[in-house]
Design a protein. Structure first.
Length: 402
């Protein structure tokens, strides 16, 4: 088990506070393992095992359990004299779990950690009963740095730049990096994660009747990662295949895919008008392997997935990310965190002076002093041009400077 220090440190900073710690994210991103790591850390701090209570609710044992039954079970497990640490895994399987957790947290001396991976764990749902009493942590699949740590268990790594290609191909689901898998086997594992998410967290929970329609929307989005499009463009595409779907249905499917943490919506920001735009958003995937496990791997899609990888890394580091609309084009990402801001342009490689000029000019249009990066994957990635830092994408992903 590779220790995921970044998450453990962030979450344990809230240990012994009155806040419920809520870990969310796509299925199999490592939430349960991180909870186990926190339990292990508590034991190292001399918390007795008897005061650490762990329950996993995706087991058949708890099917049909009510919120009141959960309350009674948890109450019976609590220490009568000292704080009890409660770890409730996939708690969203219990209807009205928020009421139970809120009551236990209010009535007893407890420190509560919960995980979940579908719409019942979205902020809007949790806030109904836990307003002001919880802190949420989004758990992502492995970062590039974590991927390298996992892979060092079974392989010799000589060149991190070249290893970036494998990271994009294989993605970051921890389960496929516990040993060395052939690419086909890795995609089989990821496809199973995808199928269970689609059918358990979307089709079954939302009672979607036209599953083939949903899957066509998914494939369109997967095939257009990093491109701006609208619900109308999706419905027009499906209509071109002699099937009908209205825009509202498309919007509904996109929201469900976001709620299951498969997709991330990235809005556009007008740098001139200083406002978020409500049209032509982009979508990125929770993991690059989702796309390849469903559609197959293609060299033609690597540029888009490089964007996807950088986007996720910025989210991991706590940035809010949007696309920048300039007078003459687009900036791939504007990343903001409190008073910090980054501008990022991404290109697979620069093959001509005109391409290089175009990529730099977009960043030079911005008249402020925040850091600007041009990220690329070719051998000449490095240096500085009029204040714009050029870096290899692998180096950026591993950097501590932002």
């Amino acid at each position: 088990m590779i220790f995921r220090e970044t998450y453990v440190k962030k979450i344990m900073a809230f240990t012994d506070t009155p806040f419920v710690k809520v870990l969310t994210g796509v299925r199999r991103s490592g939430k349960s393992t991180i909870m186990q790591m926190i339990m292990d850390e508590l034991k190292k701090k001399s918390v007795p095992e008897g005061r650490i209570v762990s329950m996993r609710f995706d087991s058949m044992e708890y099917e049909g359990m009510t919120a009141k039954q959960l309350y009674d079970i948890l109450k019976a497990k609590l220490s009568k004299t000292e704080k009890t640490y409660l770890f409730l895994d996939e708690v969203q399987e219990i209807n009205s779990w928020e009421k139970t957790v809120n009551s236990i947290n209010t009535d007893f001396d407890v420190d509560i950690y919960v995980t979940g991976s579908n719409s019942r764990m979205m902020s809007s749902e949790i806030a109904t009963y836990l307003t002001g009493r919880y802190v949420s942590f989004r758990i992502f699949t492995l970062s590039f740095a974590e991927y390298l740590m996992f892979k060092k268990q079974y392989a010799t790594l000589e060149d991190t730049h070249k290893e970036l290609v494998n990271y994009i191909k294989y993605g970051g689901f921890p389960a496929i990096h516990l040993q060395e898998y052939p690419l086909e086997d890795a995609y089989t594992i990821v496809r199973d994660i995808y199928n269970s998410t689609i059918f358990s967290d979307i089709v079954k929970r939302s009672q979607v009747r036209k599953v083939d329609q949903l899957e066509r929307v998914v494939k369109f989005v997967f095939d257009n990662v990093g491109k701006t499009f609208s619900a109308k463009s999706i419905s027009d595409y499906i209509k071109s295949e002699h099937r009908t779907i209205d825009n509202e249905t498309v919007y509904g499917y996109l929201e469900k895919l976001e709620s299951a943490y498969i997709l991330h919506r990235c809005s556009r920001y007008d740098l001139q008008g200083k406002e978020l735009l409500k049209t032509q958003e982009k979508f990125y995937l929770a993991d690059s392997a989702f796309k390849y496990s469903v559609l197959g791997y293609s060299d033609q899609s690597v540029a888009a997935m490089l964007e996807n990888v950088v986007y996720l890394e910025l989210l991991r580091r706590g940035y809010e990310v949007c696309i920048g609309k300039t007078q003459n084009g687009e900036i791939d990402f504007i990343a903001t965190k409190q008073n910090d801001k980054l501008y990022i342009q991404i290109t697979k490689e620069i093959k001509s002076e005109s391409t290089e000029k175009r990529e730099y000019e977009r960043l030079l249009e911005i008249n402020d002093n925040y850091p600007k990066y041009l990220l690329r994957t070719d051998d000449f990635a490095g240096g500085n041009y009029q204040g714009i830092k050029t870096m290899h994408i692998a180096d950026f992903l591993l950097s501590d400077e932002y």
